[in-house]
Design a protein around this ligand. Structure first.
Ligand code: FAD
Ligand code: UDP
Length: 371
């Protein structure tokens, strides 16, 4: 039997804990925040599940992961179809025939493709090397200017010329009238929220959980006491930033309750201009189809901000400079922290979605945890 310490009660830590306990190992989980579930934490307010750290939609094409997560919750039929608000003009997302029709009046896929081809000719056939070029090559200059540039530069705090192309390739571009934001086979929101998933994962006689505890307060003692540590916090913080700081993007969430039934008519509205200081407003009740008080609604505005020490690091900024520094931390980890496994969005410095986090945790368990 191995004694594991898991730092972070998010999805990675909880999946690891559940699997290790299933194999008979003793696990202690410590969490810096005063609650479990990390960024997928949801809390019921007025009969509605409020996504405390931004909209979370589970989507995957990995059947194994879908079946796995369905052990812990039932999922509703929610399909993400955000709309973009550009100075009061409304466009469907992701970029599809509805978007192209509203913008250009085109009706057929052929007309839309011709318009995109005409606009992307400004690239003179150049292979896209950054987010700006990638966006123009996918959807042309009009959509880039109205729906991508302002939003992206607010979100990441960098010029689109200095951001990697892969960020925009997360979004589908379709020549069909289909507003589904994802191409995945499975999608939904857990009925009763996300927190229960982590609660159920951590519900074992072999698992103890302490919240409000920071690993760094007793790092040396923990390393002595436990056989293996699974660290899901920031890898650069683990090494006291000795090779320099990795860059993260932080967010400020502003949540308010309004005395109306339906504020914006959709769960997610993106504000894609450069002037509006927030990137999106989410209206939580629309994730759950008619649940909640008819005279009330809860909305959250999401303001991106530069991360500094002490802030929550929501997103890794995976450009070349940061990825190079991450590799150096990884080498340091392999050399100097042999009993520590770094996992999750912060430990592996990767723009992971929830399904990828589960899949990564299951792979680590398979490779590292003895039956
Ligand atoms: P986390 O949830 O960050 O958990 C790590 C935990 O470790 C945290 O709770 C932290 O407090 C704790 N910790 C850190 N350092 C210490 C320390 N020193 N001591 C003790 N505890 C510590 N994914 C999707 O699939 N679909 C979506 O729609 C989606 N939307 C998102 C929207 C936003 C705004 C954000 C930020 C993310 C979104 N994601 C989405 C991604 C999803 O949140 C992550 O994939 C997932 O939560 C990562 O889990 P994790 O365990 O790696 O990290
Ligand atoms: N994006 C955009 N306009 C939008 C929505 C997204 O330009 O209306 C870009 C932006 O760069 C963003 C990326 O597409 O960072 C990926 O979007 P996604 O919705 O996956 O972002 P996340 O939910 O991870 O914040």
């Amino acid at each position: 039997m191995t004694k594991y310490l898991i730092v972070g009660a998010g999805l990675f830590g909880a999946t690891f804990a559940y699997e290790a306990a299933k194999k008979g190992h003793e696990v202690k989980v410590i969490e810096r925040r005063n609650h479990i579930a990390g960024n997928i934490f949801t809390k019921e307010v007025d009969g509605i599940q409020v996504h405390q750290y931004g909209a979370h939609i589970f989507h995957t094409s990995n059947k194994k992961v879908w079946d796995y997560v369905n052990q812990f919750a039932d999922f509703n039929r929610y399909t993400n179809s955000p709309v973009a608000n550009y100075h009061g003009e409304i466009y469907n997302l992701p970029f599809n025939m509805n978007t192209f029709n509203k913008l250009w009046g085109v009706v057929t896929p052929e007309e839309a493709q011709a318009k995109i081809d005409e606009q992307k000719s400004v690239l003179n056939g150049k292979r896209p090397e950054n987010l700006e070029e990638q966006a123009i090559s996918l959807v042309g200059t009009d959509i880039y200017e109205k729906l991508i540039k302002g939003y992206t530069e607010k979100q990441w705090g960098h010029s689109t010329k200095d951001l990697p192309a892969f960020i925009i390739r997360r979004l589908p571009v379709r020549l069909t009238y289909d507003n589904n934001y994802f191409n995945d086979d499975y999608q939904g929101i857990p009925v009763g929220g996300y927190t229960q998933i982590v609660e159920k994962m951590l519900d074992s006689d072999l698992i103890t959980v302490e919240t409000g505890v920071d690993f760094f307060e007793k790092k040396a003692e923990y390393l002595k006491e436990f056989d293996k540590v699974i660290f899901t916090g920031m890898i650069d913080e683990y090494f006291d930033y000795s090779l320099g700081e990795l860059e993260y993007r932080s967010l400020k969430f502003e949540t308010e309750e309004l005395d109306v039934n339906n504020y914006q008519g959709n769960a997610v509205v993106n504000y894609t201009d450069a002037e509006t200081p927030f990137t999106r407003i989410i209206e939580h009740k629309h994730f759950e189809f008619g649940k909640g008080d008819k005279n009330k609604t809860i909305v959250t505005r999401e303001y991106p901000k530069t991360w500094k020490r002490g802030d929550e690091p929501y997103y890794p900024v995976n450009n070349t400079k940061n990825n190079t520094l991450y590799k150096q931390y990884k080498e340091l980890a392999d050399k100097e922290a042999k009993n520590v496994l770094f996992g999750g969005r912060l430990g592996q410095y990767r723009y992971y979605d929830m399904d990828q986090v589960i899949s990564a945790a299951l792979n680590v368990v398979k490779a590292e945890v003895e039956d």
